[in-house]
Design a protein around this ligand. Structure first.
Ligand code: XMP
Length: 506
């Protein structure tokens, strides 16, 4: 495996994803908690950072346990850190070095730069620049404005690059990373989803033995893939619970429950609609709604889990981005741990927790799902928020409003599927606005509800752009909604990006 030491850069997770895409397993560790070398560690990557190496309180690390023992690649801050700490000089850049640049001269025989093309575009994002290199360091690539774009050490496999190979704007970044991983570190590129699935199932068998496990299915990708891994390991000892909170899409509960049964899962569908509607009655505040839903879910789930005799484990579909600590450049004390589990379930239930996906990114989860031959209908689903339609009904939630937005949404999503647009969009949904507008139907004046449609392109939900859906399609959807859904006389399309807007309206 490869260790990535995180100095707080926004791109650290992206480095990890690229390494995994090259079928090499890697883990991110905070710079202040760098693991010791073990025989399976083949190399170390030092990430970038929002800090300047010139700042007194910038992140620091003692690299003696790695230097010369395994290959080391410093990226941006990582490269500057290596240079400065060995007697080189790092100064503020005289010109801004953000954005595209071209590698106009480089050593084509260097292992790190093999198969790159002259003039290859790279992505720069730094305020400091390496002015002079220490003794024993050699420049291996330059751009017109950055002389030290890449360097290597003469007597050990240590490299530094000023640009970011992990971002797609560095067009041959993947080749560079592959050179580092394969040519320099000797990684085998044998970490595939099939192997991950086989190893995980074997480990789960060992860990869980004959114990009973309970898992809450949501209809989403993560809980479904987690369930299938555990199902392959322990079969009927996995008890799945799928709760109908009355806030799912139209007919979704029945359809998804059917797919789960088809997959051989031991799943119990629980109709708790009324309990959720009761808990939500009169609440308009978005956070208030989230809290009420979370609390009710725990109550329902806890009751169902208690009905299973001798259950020992709670399984969760937690994924890697949920558990990696957002590294604070100030060190461990300032670190915020962003672990989202289902509203505090493990704390409430006296169960051991098993999380088979906790080392995977979302695309890795999908890929394991494909390796397990889970239906595309489940793997290709758009993300859907836990609180469901409750946060797409602005204001308080009533069964009548849920039905309206379910009907609207079913037309919108259904037509996207019919026209082949669904798989091109990252997430789409409909929002019921808390206003009415004047319209005219026949000779009658109407005063009815307004709905908004939203469709976004995104990679991870952190940033998103609205999708330019075809006008003809929007026009047909709008007609269909206004004609078919009683109580709605106006449809609008949300053309805001995130940031500054968010994907959901609440
Ligand atoms: P925002 O609205 O923050 O949404 O841009 C980003 C992604 O997160 C989903 N989302 C949620 N998911 N519980 C969830 O499980 C929530 O309370 C919640 N709020 C937003 C949203 O659907 C989008 O995919």
């Amino acid at each position: 495996q490869i260790i990535i030491l995180d100095f707080g850069s926004q791109y650290t997770q992206l480095i990890a994803r690229r390494v995994r895409e090259l079928n090499v397993y890697c883990e991110i560790h905070p710079f202040y908690d760098a693991p010791d070398l073990t025989p399976d560690v083949k190399g170390v990557i030092l990430s970038g950072s929002p800090c300047s190496v010139r700042d007194e309180d910038s992140p620091k690390i003692d690299l003696t346990k790695y230097r010369g023992k395994v290959p080391l690649l410093g990226v941006c801050y990582g490269a500057q850190y290596l240079a400065q700490n060995n007697g080189g000089e790092v100064l503020p850049s005289e010109i801004r070095e953000y954005g595209r640049a071209k590698l106009t001269s480089f050593d084509q025989d260097n292992d790190l730069l093999k198969n790159l093309t002259k003039g290859s575009q790279v992505w720069m994002s730094h305020g400091d620049t390496i002015k002079t290199l220490p003794e024993g360091f050699k420049i291996i690539a330059s751009t017109p404005s950055v002389e030290v774009a890449a360097f290597e050490l003469e007597n050990e496999p240590t490299y530094g690059i000023q640009f970011h190979p992990e971002v797609t704007h560095t067009l041959e970044g993947k080749q560079l990373l592959e050179n580092f991983l394969v040519k320099i570190c000797g990684c085998a590129q044998d970490w595939t989803s099939e192997i991950f699935a086989d190893i995980t199932i074997a480990e789960l068998k060992e860990q869980l033995g004959n114990d009973k496990v309970v898992l809450g299915l949501s209809g989403g990708v993560d809980s479904s893939v987690a369930a299938m891994l555990i199902h392959h390991a322990i079969g009927k000892n996995l008890y799945c619970i799928f709760v109908d909170n009355g806030l799912l899409r139209k007919n979704e509960f029945e359809e998804v429950l059917e797919s789960y049964k088809h997959m051989g899962l031991n799943v119990k569908g629980v109709d708790a609609k009324d309990q959720f509607y009761k808990a939500l009655a009169g609440i308009s505040d978005p956070e208030g709604k989230r809290k009420a839903i979370g609390k009710t879910f725990i109550e329902v789930f806890d009751q169902e889990a208690k009905a299973i005799k001798d259950v020992k484990w709670l399984a969760q579909g937690t994924i890697y981005p949920d558990i990696i600590e957002s590294v604070s450049v100030k060190g461990p004390s300032a670190t915020i741990k962003s672990h989202h589990n289902v509203g505090g379930l493990p704390e409430k239930m006296d169960l051991k927790v098993v999380e088979p996906l906790k080392t995977l990114f979302k695309d890795g989860v999908r890929s394991v799902g494909r390796a397990l031959e889970i239906d595309h209908k489940i793997l290709g689903r758009h993300p859907f928020p836990g609180p469901g339609l409750a946060i797409r009904i602005l204001g308080d939630v009533t069964p009548e409003k849920v039905q309206i937005i379910q009907d609207v949404d079913s037309i919108f999503i259904g037509m996207m599927k019919e026209r082949g647009l669904y798989d091109q969009v990252w997430q789409a949904g409909s929002i019921l606005l808390p206003i009415q507008s004047v319209g005219v139907m026949g000779d009658e004046r109407t005063y009815e509800r307004v709905v908004a449609l939203r469709a976004v392109a995104s990679v991870d939900g952190m940033t998103a752009d609205w999708v330019h859906l075809p006008y003809d399609f929007l026009s047909d959807v709008s007609n269909e909604i206004i004609n078919k859904v009683k109580g709605v006389n106006r449809v609008v399309y949300d053309i805001s990006s995130k940031p500054p807007a968010t994907i959901e309206w609440e």
